[in-house]
Design a protein around this ligand. Structure first.
Ligand code: GCO
Ligand code: CA
Length: 255
C-alpha cells in the first residue's frame, strides 16, 4: 500500500529547463516513478538528445520547446496541450539562471533578466497550468527554490531575490489554489554538483567553504533531490501545500 502512495503512473509531468542539470534529474526521477515526462527548454537539439537518452532507458518522454519568459509562447504551448488532449498533472518550475556580480557593478538589465527567468516565468507557467488543474480539481506544482530562498550570499543578489520570491510565490499559490485541489510546494536545493556550479566546484577555496558550511561536509548530487520531488508530485503529499523542503545537507539549519 505505502509504495502506491508514490506511484506517478498515468500522470504527466512538465519540467521546465530539463535538458540538463537539476531539471534533467527531476524529469528522469519522475519518469522512473511512472510519470509521462514533457521536457522543456529552448534548444531543440539539446532537448531531443536528452529525450532520446531518457527514452532509451524506457521512460515515456516527449518535448515541448518554448521560452518560458515569452508569455505568448507559454499560452500557445498550453493551448496546444489542450488541443492534443495533454493534461499537465505535475508542473516542476525548475528553469533558472545564475548571474554573479556585486550589486554596485550590477546592470539593471542583468538584474531584470534573472528575475524574469527565475521568478516571473514560474508565475506565468504556473498560472497556465493551474488554470487547467483547477478545472480538473487536482494538480501538483513544484517550484524550485534554493538555500538562497532563505539566506543571502554576496554577489548573487538577483538570484537570491528570485529564489526568495519563489518561496513566497509558492505560499501565494497555496493560499489561492489549495481549495481547488492543487498542492503547490517548493524544493530548496543546497550546493549541488551541476553545470551552473562548475566554476564554484573548481574553485578550491569556495569548494572548501561549501564543505565546511554544510553539515554533511559534501556537495549534493542532483539525484538526491529526486525523492523529495516524487513525494511532492505524488498522492503522498495531498495535504502538504505552501511548504519548501530544503535538500541541502543541513546547510540552512546551522550557523
Ligand atoms: C552560488 C550558487 C548557489 C547554488 C544554489 C544553492 O553562486 O552561490 O550558484 O546559488 O547554485 O542555488 O541553493
Ligand atoms: Ca559542463
Amino acid at each position: 500500500m505505502c509504495l502506491q502512495l508514490f506511484d506517478l503512473s498515468g500522470k504527466t509531468a512538465l519540467v521546465t529547463g530539463s535538458s540538463r542539470g537539476l531539471g534533467r534529474a527531476f524529469a528522469e526521477g519522475l519518469g522512473k516513478a511512472g510519470a509521462r515526462i514533457i521536457l522543456n527548454g529552448t534548444n531543440e537539439v539539446g532537448l531531443a538528445k536528452t529525450a532520446a537518452a531518457l527514452g532509451a532507458n524506457g521512460l515515456d518522454v516527449t518535448t515541448a520547446a518554448f521560452d518560458i519568459t515569452d508569455e505568448t509562447a507559454v499560452k500557445g504551448t498550453f493551448d496546444k496541450f489542450d488541443k492534443d488532449g495533454v493534461t499537465v498533472d505535475i508542473l516542476v518550475n525548475n528553469a533558472g539562471i545564475q548571474f554573479r556580480k556585486p550589486m554596485l557593478e550590477l546592470e539593471t538589465a542583468d538584474w531584470q533578466r534573472v528575475i524574469d527567468v527565475n521568478l516571473t516565468a514560474a508565475f506565468v507557467v504556473g498560472r497556465e497550468a493551474a488554470c487547467r488543474m483547477s478545472s480538473r480539481g487536482s494538480g501538483k506544482i513544484i517550484n524550485i527554490g534554493s538555500v538562497m530562498s532563505t539566506v543571502a550570499r554576496a554577489t548573487i543578489a538577483p538570484y537570491s531575490v528570485s529564489k526568495g520570491g519563489i518561496k513566497l510565490l509558492t505560499q501565494a499559490m497555496a493560499a489561492e489554489w489549495s481549495s481547488m485541489g492543487i498542492q503547490a510546494n517548493a524544493i530548496g536545493p543546497g550546493y549541488m554538483e551541476t553545470d551552473m556550479n562548475e566554476a564554484l566546484i573548481a574553485d578550491h577555496d569556495f569548494n572548501a567553504w561549501v564543505k565546511s558550511r554544510t553539515p554533511s561536509r559534501r556537495w549534493g548530487a542532483p539525484e538526491e533531490l529526486v525523492g523529495t520531488a516524487i513525494f511532492l508530485a505524488s498522492n503522498a503529499s495531498n495535504y502538504v501545500s505552501g511548504q519548501i523542503i530544503y535538500v541541502d545537507g543541513g546547510m540552512t539549519s546551522v550557523l
